[in-house]
Design a binder for this molecule. Structure first.
Ligand code: ADP
Length: 548
């Protein structure tokens, strides 16, 4: 962008033009006085010469027969009485002027009338000087006039040379003044102004982070500093506005997300309820179905006990068969009830965590003892599934500050999962085996932690499924897992409980290679993180509800 030049002239041209005019006027005025004085000096010299010639002429003897000559030196002499002067004055302005002065009645301080007239004018390229001497009678009346006329080319050329000198002096003064002025204004005014102009154009083009550097130590520097400070403020304000805008964008996005979440909430809630009620109905139907069968058997037995047995042998066989059936049905009822309880407990735990209401009851815990306890609890399940369950407690495992119930819940979930999914024969062809290892490990930043690993030789989990299994109600769709029941909440709960306990849950596995779930517990809980984690859990809960 170029700044418009006002009135077609830029500042430099205007300054130079105006200053040039001013200097010319001053030089003319200054030279006028010496010029006039010079002219006056030349004229005075000429008057003196004319006067001397007149004096010489008047001293010449004269009488009626031999009048004085009509020339002396280079001057022509004309002696006129007043009537002759009057006649001559009609044709010659000089004679008219001489007559006017001769008849002028004024007197000087000494009471003398005008006796001398000196006139000069140009005659082609020469100067003509006219000198008149007026003779008066006793009453002061003019009687006669002697006029001397000289023409001097030398006086004219002297005047011309003097004028030329004066003119040259004027031009020289003008040139020096203009050059000095140009250099001074260029340095002091035009250069900083040009710098400011270029900078203003650049800022106008959008380079607002550019600053102008002026070290003139005068008002221009102050101006530049003021401009820079103003730009700094502008930039600061722009930054603030930008960050406010970004914050508003983020807020708007959050609001849009919350809006979307609310929109989805009703639909997701009904979907969630439908899913959960399906999971509830399956074990309940099984419990009711088998309980009814048991009831049937009980009624039949009651009926038979009222009839006299004709064949005791057959009755005993029937009774044995009925007992076997009853045991199977009761087992089914117990299994269904356990599943139901597991589901309800899982849902309650999940709801507590997501509502941010899961309290942390810190205690000092011996991780090895706690794991041993959980292994004891899982032993019956391991026995039923034909899995060997072992504890590998490494030396020097320290006590940890944590919530013991949540710690045990995590370990128990991982151990029961490993037992359920491994079964009597491992994927390596060896008998099913689950190992719980407890050890002290150095943390990333050097702070030690306690790691609990649950290692099995079961079917393993393919890398692409490893993310999904931590989602709620997520189960892998292969046959053996469906066979083991469960509702897909265990690992989601483990993940949330681990983050509440500031622990890290990791999985290392390959399909067909067994699995290793490990949890890294800190030795101490960080107070500042507890509230943060609870908020995060609540936030994740909201997201989960969005995603179903
Ligand atoms: P549930 O056990 O009720 O199915 P979880 O959330 O505990 O739910 O587990 C989710 C899924 O992760 C399981 O259905 C199973 O497919 C997979 N899984 C969990 N633990 C193991 C394991 N040790 N080996 C192989 N698969 C596992």
């Amino acid at each position: 962008m170029r700044l418009p030049v006002v009135g077609e002239l830029n500042l430099a041209a205007k300054l130079l033009g105006l200053f040039g005019l001013a200097v010319t006027a001053v030089a003319l005025l200054a030279l006028l006085l010496p010029f006039a004085r010079m002219q006056a000096l030349i004229d005075a010299g000429q008057r003196e010469t004319a006067r001397a010639l007149y004096e010489a002429w008047s001293m010449l003897p004269a009488d009626e027969n031999a009048p004085r000559p009509e020339a002396i030196g280079d001057a022509a002499v004309l002696s006129l009485d007043i009537p002759a002067l009057r006649v001559g004055s009609r044709e010659d302005w000089r004679l008219a002027e001489i007559l006017r002065r001769a008849e002028d009645p004024r007197r000087n301080e000494q009471g003398e009338a005008i006796s001398e007239v000196f006139l000069n004018d140009w005659q082609d390229w020469a100067k003509r000087y006219t000198y008149a001497r007026i003779a008066r009678d006793g009453n002061g009346r003019a009687t006669r006039v002697v006029v001397l006329e000289r023409t001097s080319e030398q006086a004219a050329s002297e005047a011309a040379i003097n004028s030329l000198f004066l003119l040259s002096a004027g031009v020289l003064v003008l040139a020096v003044a203009m050059t000095t002025f140009w250099i001074i204004t260029g340095r002091l005014i035009l250069r900083p102004v040009k710098k400011l102009r270029l900078w203003a154009e650049s800022v106008g083009d959008g380079n607002i982070d550019e600053r102008v550097e002026l070290t003139t130590g005068d008002e221009f520097q102050q101006l530049a500093e003021t401009f820079n400070a103003t730009l700094d403020q502008l930039e600061e304000r722009e930054r603030t506005l930008q960050s406010i805008n970004i914050a508003m964008d983020v807020r708007l996005n959050e609001l849009a997300e919350v809006n979307e979440a609310l929109d989805n909430a009703a639909r997701l809630k009904s979907e969630f309820l439908a899913g959960v009620s399906h999971e509830l109905r399956t074990p309940l139907n099984s419990i009711i179905g088998f309980a009814e069968l048991l009831l049937d058997i009980a009624r039949k037995e009651a009926k038979q006990s009222h009839q006299a047995p004709e064949n005791a042998e057959r009755a005993r066989a029937d009774h044995a068969a009925a007992l076997a059936k009853r045991t199977r049905y009761l087992e089914n009822i117990v299994e269904g009830s356990r599943g139901l309880l597991e589901l309800i407990e899982g849902l309650l735990e999940m709801a507590r965590i997501e509502a941010g209401k899961s309290e942390i009851n810190r205690e000092l815990l011996n991780p090895v003892d706690a794991c041993r306890g959980m292994i004891g609890l899982a032993e019956p399940l391991a026995g039923r599934n034909g899995v060997t369950l072992e504890l590998d407690a490494r030396p020097e495992v320290p006590l940890i500050e944590t919530d013991p119930r949540k710690f045990q819940q995590i370990v128990f979930n991982l151990v029961t999962n490993a037992i359920k999914f491994t079964g009597p024969e491992g994927s390596d062809g060896k008998p099913g085996r689950v190992l719980v290892r407890v050890e002290r490990v150095p943390g990333e930043s050097g702070t030690p932690r306690v790691r609990v690993c649950v290692i099995d030789n079961g079917p393993g989990i393919a890398p692409e499924d490893q993310q999904a299994i931590f989602d709620r109600f997520s189960q892998l769709e292969s046959g053996h897992q469906r066979r083991h029941g469960g509702v897909g909440l265990g690992l989601a709960i483990c993940r949330d409980l681990s983050s509440l306990l500031q622990a890290e849950l990791q999985l290392v596995s390959e399909a067909g290679q067994g699995a290793m779930f490990s949890v890294l517990f800190p030795l101490r809980l960080d107070d500042s993180q507890i509230e943060q984690t609870r908020l995060e859990a609540r936030f994740r809960g909201a997201l989960n509800r969005q995603g179903g």
